[in-house]
Design a protein around this ligand. Structure first.
Ligand SMILES: NC(=O)c1ccc[n+]([C@@H]2O[C@H](COP(=O)([O-])OP(=O)(O)OC[C@H]3O[C@@H](n4cnc5c(N)ncnc54)[C@H](OP(=O)(O)O)[C@@H]3O)[C@@H](O)[C@H]2O)c1
Length: 263
């Protein structure tokens, strides 16, 4: 199936690494203008060059801490000035944060909710009126499989993700009559910078396992027997972002090689 995003403009938060970078490349190669948002300028600059190398349209990189409302407003203003509109929003920025319940302070809960829930609320609020006006929009919220299947030790992430799941469903109902399709993608175990950081932490603690061995070992817990690739994830996101995905709204799709215990 040929997927074209020509004429569309997309914002991808966390677009400088991992899944966000893979989505940025896929969207840009499919013809969309793409704005990458992340905090670190140097990484953004490298990512922008990588994406531009495969792009058919414009690529911009905007420094933004999505856990801060003022930073989101400034980034949205910059993207609007450059592209004139946002048709596709991917709320992807995030990091894994889990621990025993008794260790999670109010400050940690708030930080996690700001990064994973309020970022999506605030950015979506800014792009929503334009999508309504043009009667076309896509919002894709990247969550994790814990959103539907919380497990012990998964706080605060699973709570923030479950809230993101509810947000996606409510917005899908409100957006569909205006041509705005909202969906969630639930990540299982996918190779990204996050995984590379996890491996580096093991090495720092004295492990001599290689990155390849770490990835292979982690993948054995997945029914498909391996971790996913960021490109496999990006294919699904690109489909949802396109006209070809035009009858999919209000759903949450596991991209997890069968890892989730629930649908
Ligand atoms: N990979 C997996 O197996 C997996 C599993 C479950 C869920 N997920 C979720 O999938 C999403 C993508 O994960 P990934 O594995 O691709 O992560 P990654 O490789 O660590 O990339 C994270 C991206 O988010 C950006 N970011 C982090 N905090 C930010 C902030 N406050 N404001 C703006 N940008 C921020 C990072 O850039 P800067 O640091 O420069 O800001 C980077 O571009 C995340 O929401 C993650 O929680 C991933």
């Amino acid at each position: 199936m040929h997927i074209s995003l020509a004429g569309r403009s997309a914002v991808i938060t966390g677009g400088s690494k991992g899944l966000g970078l893979a989505m940025a490349k896929r969207f840009a190669a499919s013809g969309a203008d793409v704005a990458l948002l992340a905090r670190t300028q140097a990484t953004l600059d490298t990512a922008r060059a990588e994406v531009q190398a495969v792009a058919k349209a414009k690529v911009i990189a905007v420094a933004c801490d999505v856990s801060r409302a003022d930073s989101i407003a400034a980034a949205h203003a910059e993207v609007s000035a450059q592209f004139g509109k946002v048709d596709i929003l991917v709320n992807n920025a995030g990091q894994s944060r889990t621990g025993p319940f008794e260790t999670i302070t109010d400050a940690i809960w708030q930080e996690d909710l700001d990064l994973k829930l309020f970022a999506a609320i605030r950015l979506t609020r800014l792009v929503w009126p334009g999508m309504q006006e043009r009667r076309w929009g896509r919002v894709i919220n990247v969550l994790n499989i814990g959103a539907k299947a919380p497990r012990a030790g998964g706080n605060p992430t699973v709570v923030s993700r479950a809230a993101g799941l509810a947000l996606s469903k409510v917005l899908a109902g409100e957006g569909a009559p205006h041509g705005i399709l909202v969906n969630a993608l639930l990540v299982g175990l996918i190779v990204s910078d996050q995984v590379r950081r996890g491996h580096a932490a093991l090495v720092a603690k004295g492990s001599n396992v290689t990155l390849e061995e770490h990835i292979a070992k982690t993948g054995t817990s997945v029914p498909l027997g391996r971790m996913g690739t960021a490109e496999e994830f990006a294919n699904m996101a690109c489909f949802l972002a396109s006209d070809q995905g035009g009858y999919i709204a209000g759903t949450a799709i596991n991209v997890d090689g069968g890892a989730s215990p629930v649908w």
